[in-house]
Design a protein around this ligand. Structure first.
Ligand code: DON
Length: 305
């Protein structure tokens, strides 16, 4: 399997040339354009790696599945889905247009920026610091990695340049979707996006979801089966934004991308996969990452449909 993964990386690394590292968050622009890595964690505890699987990157939008799980655990589905819908968009991940034009006036789903900001506003805690620490501890648990932390430089960079996210949050405050102080909510959101991880860490999150909410390495249940199921479903319909339909046709697995270059995939009953390649396509998804997952889907017959 390690041989297969090395071959898949080498077959697909060339795609990085067709993409671009994100620069709208200036600190992300420092990533190595040509990097490509993969890690597979199977449900019987085996781990396989290839390419730049040891490289750390910020998880960015992959954090949206983590905060969705926590929000669902604390609030239940009715409250969460009264604030944020579950319908895909055909618009960019940071689009603002649907916040005003759709009825009810709430974000279409928890995977776009607006929906993730609304989702994280539901997580309980006295201060933004307390709330973020709960997210961080949950992330450490579901990755089995107590050393997970934020990348301070990326966090500062996001905070400094996050005006689009501020616009989304303040608009949602004006319509009552967000009830708390917008800056406090945004601070947690910027931090969750700046959590740093490797292919292995995100593959473990995928493995937990593919195992219906139970950590395969310890047998501990971290979320109920129905929450794991909701999250995987939304990953299929919305996980790659306005490229989710094409990804479902080509790869056919629940997945979530981030502009740091990571993509996590959860193959029900089989494995979690983490891929990394910071060069992105026009929709903000890892260009090599998608190709790597396409090839793995063919080679290992992963398509769930
Ligand atoms: O808020 C942002 O724009 C980034 N922190 C996260 C966006 C993201 O990862 C979109 N993913 N493909």
């Amino acid at each position: 399997m390690n041989k297969l993964l090395e071959a898949v990386i080498e077959n697909n690394r060339r795609w990085t040339k067709d993409g671009k590292v994100a620069t709208y968050i200036p600190e992300l622009g420092k990533a190595d354009q040509d990097a490509a890595g993969v890690c597979i964690i199977t449900l019987d505890g085996e781990e396989y790696n290839g390419g730049d699987y040891k490289t750390k990157f910020t998880i960015q939008s992959i954090s949206k599945i983590i905060t969705l799980m926590l929000a669902l655990l604390e609030n239940g589905r009715d409250r969460v889905f009264s604030k944020v819908g579950v319908e895909p968009t055909a618009d960019a991940f940071n689009s603002i247009i649907n916040l005003e034009t759709k009825n009810p006036q709430r974000p279409l789903n928890p995977m776009i920026n607006a929906g993730a900001i609304a989702t994280v506003s539901l997580i309980e805690g006295e201060t933004s610091e307390v709330i973020f620490n709960r997210i961080l501890n949950f992330t450490r648990k579901i990755t089995g990695n107590p050393d997970i932390n934020i990348n301070e430089d990326v966090y500062q960079s996001e905070k400094k340049t996050g005006d689009r996210n501020r616009a989304l949050a303040y608009f949602m405050r004006s319509t009552g979707v967000i009830e708390q102080d917008a800056e406090e909510v945004l601070d947690v959101y910027f931090k969750q996006c700046s959590i740093e991880a490797t292919c292995r860490d995100i593959a473990r999150i995928g493995a937990m979801l593919s195992n219906d909410g139970v950590l395969p390495w310890s047998g501990e249940r971290v979320v109920p089966r129905n929450i794991a199921r909701i999250v995987k479903t939304i990953m299929v319909t919305c996980g790659l934004y306005d490229a989710s339909g094409q990804f479902a046709v080509e790869v056919g697995v629940p997945a979530k991308s981030g502009v740091g270059g990571g993509i996590v995939a959860a193959i029900p009953g089989r494995m979690g996969i983490g891929v990394y390649g910071p060069a992105l396509d026009a929709r903000g998804n890892s260009i090599a990452g998608i190709r790597i997952l396409e090839e793995l889907s063919r080679e290992l017959d992963l398509n769930i449909f």
